[in-house]
Design a protein around this ligand. Sequence first.
Ligand code: FES
Length: 223
Amino acid sequence: MGNWKLTTAQQPQALTREALAALRHGRAAGLSRRTLLRRSLGAGVALWLTETLAGTIGFMWPNLSSGFGSEVVLGTLDEVDAAPAVLGTSIRDGAPSYFQAARTFVLLIDPTRGFVPGASADGEGTNLNVRTLYQRCPHLGCKPNFCTKNYWFECPCHGSRYDRLGIKAEGFGPALRGLDWFAASVSADGVLTVNTAKITLGPLPVVLGQPGLIAPRTPTGCI
Ligand code: FES
């Protein structure tokens, strides 16, 4: 037998008016329901704010990093020529150069001439002698390939075909317009910059044999 005795943890109390008042105003042990609700609500709002902030930063990131969605400096004609879309071709021969970071094909409108300083807000580019095309097929978004056989773009998904400047050939695949254009500019020292934040929808298709569509170099293509 130990030399100790149990004591009652809490003596029963009579429910007098004072005892009830003390219970009503007293602080509950642990978390009260109200505190729990407040903390849950606070945590929910904090989570929402964090997600909103992360989403905003994610959306703006290309603009902050000079990638797709902002202005991208592509370089002089020689530098652009050093990035052919298809190895062994040259922009000086009418083939496209390609820049993954800008998702852009670059083409000389008249391959016998170089860039001309200036700006093309809609990307049509005749004044610059250069056109900057968005790589996305306007049908369902696939990336068209440049066919070195006929010098046309051909979409591998559903067969839409575009001439080398991105004009859609009427009757060749389901796309309803040509490849879209990015705004572009050429500085006085001949450096091309594409603005991938400014896009102009491509023009309507043109029937083969009509002005405005460059004929394919061969009757058959790559697909
Ligand atoms: Fe290019 Fe359908 S996505 S033709």
